[in-house]
Design a binder for this molecule. Structure first.
Ligand SMILES: [Mg+2]
Length: 258
């Protein structure tokens, strides 16, 4: 019998808002490791997250895609902006693949560069890197209440496990389980966990991930919640499948009453 109760959380957009960090790390990864045509990177770019980057972020599934987006925003010819953003987003995944191909880039390499850029900043000035993240304190409080109620917390993120762990530690949050992109897809991880735990909720801000969870017959009994404080597309909240509930920060604690 599965007696141990577990709450599952996505990390980015659910536990912390790391927009500043995504921009800084992706830009740094681009500058240090790629920069195909040797574009001179204006160092002021690091100080202000691009508005286009913020608008495109809800489409991102894996970290490496953010380096592609940086490339599109800062390139000289036909850069990504308000005029062509709609077209780019309409075929977002196709466009990411095409940009990889056109530049002879490999997604796994880009992910490695992003991780390297993060390591570089952590080694240089850890506190400054941490400051690029803004925690959602209501979620941190909620995780502490889960612990008080003798239930467990698991975090499933598409970033490297080590980076999520460092941020959580600094926030004084110690979840029993953390899984990064190294552990496989979120559906795979959730299906393994559901054999061992009674999963009370999966709180995530990527609608398609929740749809995948509900459509897989090993995970379709997991209660799914779309975090409305996260990186959502305008259309994410409308016509939500009935088995996925929209969750607001102020309603988090109602989940403990289940
Ligand atoms: Mg997220």
């Amino acid at each position: 019998m599965k007696s141990q109760k577990l709450f599952l959380f996505d990390f980015d957009g659910v536990i912390v808002d790391g927009m500043n960090e995504y921009w800084n790390s992706s830009l740094l990864a681009f500058e240090k490791f790629l920069n195909p045509s040797g574009i001179l990177i204006d160092q002021n770019l690091y100080n202000q997250v691009s508005k286009t980057f913020i608008e495109v972020r809800p489409w991102v599934k894996y970290g490496w895609e953010m380096i592609i987006i940086v490339n599109e925003i800062i390139k000289k010819e036909n850069p990504l902006n308000d005029n062509n953003k709609r077209d780019f987003l309409n075929k977002y995944h196709k466009n990411c693949q095409k940009i990889l191909l056109d530049n002879s880039w490999v997604a796994e390499d880009l992910q490695k560069y992003l991780d390297e850029a993060r390591k570089y900043q952590i080694d240089k000035d850890f506190d400054n890197w941490i400051k690029l993240h803004r925690p959602f304190y209501e979620v941190l409080d909620f995780i502490n209440k889960i612990k008080e109620d003798k239930m467990k917390t698991g975090i499933i993120t598409t970033k490297g496990k080590i980076f999520a762990g460092k941020i959580l530690e600094k926030l004084n949050i110690f979840p029993e389980l953390i899984f990064g992109y190294e552990s496989g897809s979120k559906v795979e991880i959730a299906s393994r966990l559901s054999k061992e735990y009674e999963i009370m909720a999966f709180i995530e801000d990527r609608r398609n991930t929740l749809i995948d969870i509900r459509q897989n017959n090993l995970t379709n009994n997991i209660p799914c919640y779309l975090a409305d404080w996260g990186y959502l597309k305008d259309t994410d909240k409308t016509n939500l499948p009935h088995e996925i509930k929209l969750l607001k920060l102020r309603n988090l604690e109602e989940l403990l009453a289940i």
